[in-house]
Design a protein around this ligand. Structure first.
Ligand SMILES: [Zn+2]
Length: 98
């Protein structure tokens, strides 16, 4: 169980953050936002209310890729950040809070 102990090179995290800024300008991302759906709660939002979320956080070794980046509403994004990754994963697998 060293999942939470993975250490990621800060330079690599910076590089992935830069990539994320580029990805946000891409037609692909604008298309994702245009769908207006939060990937976590499934709620409908205007594109301005959605943020880019890394399913596997960069600090845990996640990458800025189309498969790892999803639109999330602000409340899901905040909720996710308040959870240790594993706890959040359990929430996702069980379909969220009951
Ligand atoms: Zn949401």
């Amino acid at each position: 169980m060293d999942y939470l102990l993975i250490s990621v090179d800060p330079d690599e995290v910076d590089a992935e953050r830069r990539k994320a800024r580029e990805l946000k300008r891409s037609p692909w991302w604008k298309n994702q936002l245009g769908k207006g759906l939060c990937a976590y709660c499934g709620g409908r939002f205007s594109p301005a209310e959605l943020t880019m979320d890394h399913k596997l956080p960069l600090v845990r070794g996640g990458k800025t890729s189309r498969s790892n980046c999803v639109p999330a509403c602000k409340s899901c994004n905040e909720r996710k950040q308040n959870h240790p990754a594993q706890e959040w994963k359990v929430l996702l697998e069980t379909g969220g809070e009951s």
